[in-house]
Design a protein. Structure first.
Length: 359
């Protein structure tokens, strides 16, 4: 396959801000199909990004029935990810679905099963793995420089960054707040860097504290406390089967200055790493403690920065390559499903007040 026909289901911000611009840069890709529950959004996206003759569909099932479409990108609210992804796989399409994989772990498992059964590729939009610092750190870890990683933190902390547009505050559609929205990125990054997908026990808490505030200061405008149905912050401790501990911190609103998003801290037997002020790798060599601090943005530097590929462009390019070359995508459905299993366990632990044990 050297020409790939792509269609988009859900033409909101993540489609027009990430998927469509990145797909447009790939020579082998033609964007030929568009669907949104708001037809005007699909029409607008088709006019801007569509190949000549691109179609706007009235129904996503009609789009899936089009045999000329090879790949479908799904950018809809969380509660529709499983239904649309499974239908697309069953229609013979390769699927990239936005994060999180699904609203529930059971839906995630059904998506994994559908990908296996149909033999089609399924990936999830965990774009932070494709950031320059993440990619570098992954190689450092694969070289063994951190040794055995036994303590980690997954950071997704905003001080006042509540997404007040779209359906982010809707529990029914999204399945949760900052934990499932941005905690999911930080946790995916942490598990991938640790290459550890076997949780043993999860203890979690979630809060509805600042969400109650009227006229709150917020980067995206004040929220309506009546409509803020999801948690404003959530925290967890995960113990993995090999004994490693992971702490998760996720907030859209929290009274802290220590904000970090889609980042992690890793501590291993040979060295450690954190994504603070660039990437900092620390360790001990020749009986001395060292810190190696790297910047991946040469901002303001007085030299040519080189041709820069954004993490989103890299993510989408490698995904299309995996289809063309018939190789496994970087983000696998099995890995993404473990993220969803853990997120669900954190919410469940918060509800019951008990730790959740995995088999
Ligand atoms: O919080 C709203 C949204 O903002 C992002 O971080 C993108 O910048 C997404 O991952 C998230 O869904």
């Amino acid at each position: 396959m050297n020409k790939v026909n792509v269609a988009i289901i859900g033409c909101g911000g993540i489609a027009t801000g990430k998927h469509l611009p990145s797909l447009s840069k790939i020579e082998q890709v033609e964007i030929i199909g568009f669907f949104d529950i708001f037809p005007a959004s699909a029409q607008k996206a088709a006019e801007k990004f569509g190949a000549p003759g691109a179609r706007v569909y009235d129904d996503y099932r009609e789009l899936l029935a089009d045999p000329t479409i090879d790949v479908v990108h799904i950018c809809t609210p969380n509660d529709t990810h499983a239904e649309i992804s499974i239908a697309a796989l069953e229609a013979g399409k390769h699927v990239m679905c936005e994060k999180p994989m699904a609203k529930t772990a059971a839906d995630g498992r059904r998506m994994v099963e559908a990908a296996k059964r149909t033999g089609k590729k399924l990936t999830i939009g965990y774009n932070n793995r494709f950031r320059a610092d993440s990619q570098h750190l992954k190689r450092v870890i694969e070289d063994g420089d951190l040794g055995d990683i036994y303590f980690a933190k997954a950071h997704a902390v905003r001080r006042r960054g509540v997404p007040t547009w779209g359906v982010f505050l809707d529990e029914e559609k999204q399945g949760g707040g900052p934990l499932i929205d941005i905690g999911t990125h930080a946790l995916d990054l942490t598990l991938w860097l640790m290459n550890n997908y076997e949780p043993k026990v999860v203890l979690g808490t979630a809060y509805h504290k600042l969400s109650r505030k009227e006229n709150a200061a917020n980067s995206w405008g004040p929220w309506d406390p009546e409509k803020f149905k999801v948690e404003d912050s959530a925290f967890a401790m995960i113990v993995m089967k090999n004994g490693a501990t992971i702490m998760v911190e996720a907030s859209w609103a929290l009274n802290t200055l220590d904000t970090k998003e889609a980042k992690c801290t890793l501590c291993g037997t040979e060295g450690g790493a954190d994504m603070q002020d660039g990437l900092r790798i620390n360790g001990e060599k020749h009986s001395r403690l060292y810190v190696n601090q790297m910047q991946f943005e040469a901002k303001g530097a007085d030299f040519y920065e080189g041709k820069k590929e954004t993490m989103q462009d890299k993510e989408i390019r490698l995904w299309i390559n995996a289809i063309i070359n018939d190789t496994e995508p970087v983000v696998t459905p099995e890995q993404s499903c473990v993220v969803s299993e853990i997120l669900e366990a954190i919410y469940e632990s918060n509800r019951t007040g008990k730790a959740v044990y995995f088999d």
